[in-house]
Design a protein. Structure first.
Length: 304
């Protein structure tokens, strides 16, 4: 009996030792293959960087899609026990850039639209439609003639408005009326400095909106690191005539790809514009409470 026990113990230890060796061998093989994969991935990334640096057009887009739907029946714990609600929205960050040795032409579009619905089925007077709640449209075109690999003389056009409500009321059109400069210290960063810019403001009726002459500064950084893609854009106008006519907008977009261009995304924006605040509050520029404006969107992301 004792002999059988010893033999069984030896057999178990032998199997355990053999399994341990096999596992260590597999881990070693995996590490070797991973090192080879990392090497080839680094070479592929280097080749892609060379391709990206070649002259020609570069186009692409990414954004976020978010939404939710709900239905309540006889849910007495809330104020409207019978209701249906929903929210749907999407963002688009698209670009079409022509990069040449002596010049460049960069075009970008930022669009953020969202609709929300709350239908109280016990109130026949309320709306059961999806109403627009987020409405952002921003189109930019930048042309530059290179002085060297970092600096260029440039011309800038930027147009901002809403699409779903009050199209072009207000609308903002920034145009450089003199020589401006664009600085590209690294591949993914573009900084535009235009000391002579006219900010056209379009509005209907008797409003506080007014156009003015000033300086325009735009900074845009777009980068992809593996499965993560992000874009940040700051656009600021400083009026020479009245600081109350100045404004700035900062928009940020992030996406993480999970499978075949689909992933999760997050967008948020900040804005300061005293003219918009005064118009909404029905008061003068001086009396307006210029609170910081903001929005965010979370949902599925896509890449093209």
């Amino acid at each position: 009996m004792k002999t059988k026990f010893i033999l069984s113990l030896i057999l178990v230890l032998t199997f355990s030792f053999g399994f341990s060796q096999t596992k260590e061998e597999l881990q070693k093989q995996k590490a070797e293959k991973q090192a080879e994969a990392d090497k080839y991935q680094g070479e592929a990334n280097a080749l892609q960087a060379q391709i990206d640096a070649l002259p020609g057009w570069r186009v692409g887009a990414f954004g976020t899609i978010g939404g939710s739907l709900s239905q309540f029946s006889n849910w007495y714990a809330q104020g409207a026990p019978n209701n249906s609600s929903g929210s749907i929205g999407f963002t688009v960050n698209a670009f079409a850039n022509k990069i040449e040795d002596k010049y460049f032409w960069r075009n970008s579009l930022n669009l953020n639209l969202n609709w929300t619905k709350l239908d109280d089925e016990d109130n026949p007077l309320d709306s059961d439609d999806f109403e627009p709640t987020t409405d952002v449209f921003n189109l930019t075109s930048l042309y530059g003639q290179r002085l060297n690999d970092k600096w260029a003389v440039s011309g800038l056009m930027e147009y901002r408005t809403t699409l779903l409500n009050n199209f072009n009321d207000p609308g903002y059109l920034d145009l450089g009326v003199g020589v401006g400069f664009t600085w590209t210290p690294i591949t993914d960063l573009v900084v535009v400095i235009h000391p002579a810019n006219y900010n056209f403001v379009f509005s209907s009726g008797d409003t506080v909106f007014d156009s003015s002459f000033g300086a325009k500064i735009v900074a845009d950084y777009t980068k992809q690191l593996g499965k993560v893609k992000f874009k940040t854009n700051l656009s600021a106008f400083q009026s020479y005539e009245d600081s109350d006519l100045s404004n700035w907008t900062w928009i940020n977009s992030f996406s993480y790809t999970l499978w075949k261009g689909i992933g999760v995304g997050f967008d948020f924006g900040l804005r300061s514009n005293r003219q918009e605040a005064a118009n909404f509050q029905g008061t003068t520029l001086e009396a307006a409470d210029n609170d910081l404006q903001s929005y965010y969107t979370i949902g599925l992301s896509y890449n093209f």
